[in-house]
Design a protein around this ligand. Structure first.
Ligand code: SF4
Ligand code: SF4
Ligand code: SF4
Ligand code: FES
Length: 763
């Protein structure tokens, strides 16, 4: 340890600690501008200059490591004078439009201007009056306000690894821009904007809507994917104004993706109903909550007494919190007494590897998943690992993904070839000498190998199992889809599974149950079956149901088919917990109240009608879970990790099936901007990606005579589906990719995830 004195305060620090870090330890404040904890030191702004005893030169605290017995002065008159001049120099070109600038109130330059008492700039003020750039749909760029701290460039390069923006020109001509001033080739993560200390990069979704000092901040967990990012919900008067990261908290370490950061307007959406609806003949009538519950109670009781308990079925979505999911299955199993409980989740692959395992691994395989799209923050961790010089990252996927920049080898194969190729890799793990031998050796000889895969594809789970059989210390990372994909299974919302993954009697399969007229009442909590290809055909079978209940924040395509619809809360309107892909249980907190009930209200109040009291308070439900769910005994609800009984489970050999007989191989894409029915309700996300688009290789496009934005018809058997086109050289010739989570693609993917199709130019 080294001993350092900062303004007379002695601290002991590790070698390599900077003066800034030592000062922080000593509780001494040093102003900063270009420094950011998560980025490499840069030393550009000089605002953090300090005096070091014995040194004739001033030092930048953020870049200078301490030495033993160093004595530092951070707050002399001389330093104040220099810092003040530095700020004044920045203000020469900086437009003083603070009253309208969206950063007002949280701008470092503004703060430092106040701190140093600058009321007048001694130098000639020369604003540049450059035009404000609105080419990025989420980020406004005003280069005149830029202080050239480089944080945006560095975060896009060092962490996001996209390098969409950089310093352009030299000297006084320098500005932050895109290559050749072209539109941003960007992931829309907003990371650059989040670190900008001034109003140069602003959030367009939030622009001019509120002021930071009006906002209340509620910490919670993102409601989209299974990464489980900590978010700060900024709100006032029950309106959500923006969602931000907390640099110091959460598994996401201050990073968010486009969905989590910009996809929040759906919470405030004026399309959200606040009143329940009950179908009367062919028309829906608005009813109050109790009226809707009475209808459900009466019809459900009638169905049970006429057809028996097994005639009732529940579909439960991962949007429910653990607490809600637990109550939902309890209501189904103990009040209705049915085993017909479904979710679209899997028990074949359970959490094993963590972010830390991914980031610290030097040998990773990402198999058949574009994790940068499906689970963006997990994707950052893979990039962190991949960037390390000594690491080996091998990616197997049908097209190039952003991991190409950091992968040691990126193996691109059409779906029909991918599994055969991986079989060769598996053989190389067994010692066979083939083209994968070096990669296989690197992988199996590493002390912390990691395998990231798609847990919903049984063939991929089988592959994961084979990897585990050969490399016993591998950490498997099943990249689950939704915010509480894991939690709802843990809570027993799976056919044949009680809470804690304890096997129980299976109910009838949903499709067969409905087809065979065994299921007469269906209660769908939060799931929009219409966008889920797996359930798509069921929608056509629901007319014969005697009761069809849907809860959803929106009057979804599925809700339109129901007899009773109850609008419910989004993640921002409730308390509880979600369990992420690591098996980490994290609490969310209610930020706003949109005047609707939660799924918990629906379940608890409905149970009351049946004469059963279920607990309502989060603590009480958790007490019950801890008793009834062996996996959650003593769990820390604020970040604890659950230990699962196995990693992967698969029976027998799984055959890879690619249906159809066309010329092109179609495979599903999972998007960074869209993941189902919630994101489609976001105006800004839909502005960027509003409909499913076929991605096609340039050669194929030439042959078909199509260009960007033309339409192609996919023909499979007698069915045809029309979609817009994007030509992209990352796609292999003879393959096409199309996103899965749209209602327009649900009927197509119902036929299978991988299809051979023909393409016809749409005239
Ligand atoms: S939004 Fe993300 S990808 Fe785009 S420039 Fe900013 S940091 Fe880079
Ligand atoms: S745009 Fe913002 S973050 Fe980027 S260099 Fe300018 S001031 Fe710094
Ligand atoms: S990575 Fe997932 S959890 Fe994180 S902000 Fe994006 S959607 Fe939300
Ligand atoms: S904060 Fe140290 S040089 Fe900018």
């Amino acid at each position: 340890m080294l001993t350092v004195k900062i303004d007379g305060i002695e601290v002991k620090v590790e070698p390599g600690t900077t003066i800034l870090e030592a000062a922080e330890k000593a509780g001494v404040y040093i102003p900063i501008m270009c420094h950011h904890k998560n980025l490499n030191p840069f030393g550009a702004c000089r605002v953090c200059l300090v005096e070091v005893k014995g040194s004739p030169k001033l030092m930048t605290a953020c870049t200078t490591p301490v030495t033993d017995n160093m004595e530092v002065i951070t707050n002399s008159e001389k330093l104040k004078r220099i810092r003040k001049t530095l700020i004044e120099l920045l203000l020469i070109n900086h437009p003083l439009d603070c009253p309208v600038c969206d950063k007002g109130g949280e701008c470092l330059l503004q703060d430092l201007t106040y701190e140093f008492g600058i009321t007048k700039v001694r130098f000639d003020e020369k604003p540049n009056n450059s035009p404000v750039d609105h080419t990025n749909p989420f980020i406004e760029r005003d280069i005149d306000r830029c202080v050239l701290c480089g944080k945006c460039v560095r975060i896009c390069d060092e962490i996001v690894n996209v390098e969409a923006i950089s310093f352009i020109n030299r000297g006084v001509e320098t500005y932050i821009g895109t290559a050749f001033d072209q539109p941003w080739n960007c992931e829309y993560c907003g990371q650059c904007m989040s670190v900008c200390p001034v109003g140069s990069l602003n959030n367009r979704v939030y622009l001019f809507k509120n002021r930071p000092w009006h906002l209340e901040h509620t910490e919670s967990i993102c409601g989209y994917c299974s990464c489980g990012c900590t978010v700060i919900i900024d709100h006032e008067n029950n309106e959500v104004y923006r969602i931000k990261e907390d640099v110091y908290k959460g598994v996401n370490k201050g990073l968010l993706c486009a969905k989590g950061r910009f996809g929040y307007e759906l919470i405030n959406s004026t399309q959200r109903p606040v009143t329940a609806k009950v179908k009367d003949g062919n028309e829906f009538k608005d009813v109050d909550f109790d009226g809707a519950l009475n209808t459900i109670y009466e019809k459900l009781s009638a169905v049970i007494s006429k057809y028996g308990n097994d005639s009732v079925a529940f579909v439960i979505s991962p949007r429910l919190t653990n607490e809600e999911a637990f109550l939902a299955q309890k209501f189904a199993r103990e009040v209705v007494k049915t085993n017909n409980i479904y979710s679209l989740e899997t028990i074949n692959a359970l959490p094993d590897g963590t972010y830390n395992d991914v980031e610290s691994s030097n040998a990773l395989i990402v198999f058949n998943i574009d994790v940068t799209e499906s689970n963006p923050v997990l994707g950052y961790s893979v990039r962190v690992a991949g960037r390390r010089e000594e690491s080996n990252l091998y990616v197997f996927y049908p097209n190039y993904t952003p991991l190409k920049r950091v992968a040691t080898e990126f193996y691109v194969y059409k779906p029909s070839e991918l599994y055969n190729e991986f079989e060769l890799f598996l053989k190389a793990l067994d010692g066979e000498n083939n083209k994968y031998s070096e990669a296989a050796d690197n992988f199996k000889n590493d002390d912390k190998p990691v395998f990231v895969f798609n847990p919903y594809n049984p063939k991929d789970v089988e592959i994961a199992k084979k990897v585990l059989d050969k490399v016993s210390n591998v950490k498997l990372v099943p990249a689950k889809a939704k915010n509480n994909s894991q939690g709802i299974v843990d809570m027993g919302c799976f056919n044949g599974m009680n809470p804690g993954l304890v096997e129980t009697d299976k109910g009838v399969e949903l499709r067969e149950g409905i087809e065979a007229d065994k299921i007469k009442a269906l209660i769908v909590l939060g799931e929009n079956l219409a966008v889920r290809s797996e359930y798509f055909d069921i929608l056509n079978l629901l007319n014969d149901l005697e009761l069809f209940v849907v809860t959803d924040p929106f009057f979804s395509e599925t809700a339109e088919l129901s007899n009773v619809y109850i609008p419910v809360a989004t993640f921002a309107e409730k308390d509880g917990s979600f369990t992420n892909f690591e098996g980490r249980v994290q609490s969310l907190h209610k930020a706003v109240d949109k005047g609707v009930k939660t799924d918990k209200d629906v379940i608890v109040e409905l149970a009351k009608k049946f004469g059963t009291t279920l607990p309502y308070e989060t603590d009480k439900i958790r007490e019950m879970i801890e008793v009834e769910n062996p996996l959650y005994i003593g769990v820390d609800w604020n970040g604890g990790i659950v230990s699962y009984p196995y990693k992967v489970k698969i029976d027998g050999d799984v055959k890879f099936e690619i249906k159809g007989s066309g010329k092109y191989e179609l495979y599903p894409a999972y998007l960074r901007l869209h993941s189902g029915s919630y994101t489609r309700r976001s105006y800004d996300l839909s502005k960027v990606y509003g409909e499913p688009i076929i991605e096609i290789n340039p050669e194929d496009a030439k042959e078909l005579n199509v260009k960007d934005n033309d339409y192609l018809t996919i023909k499979i058997g007698n069915d045809s589906y029309k979609y817009r086109v994007k030509v992209d050289k990352k796609i292999l010739q003879g393959a096409i990719s199309l996103p899965k989570d749209f209602k327009e693609t649900a009927p197509l993917f119902y036929e299978g995830s991988y299809l051979k199709v023909d393409l016809i130019k749409h005239i």
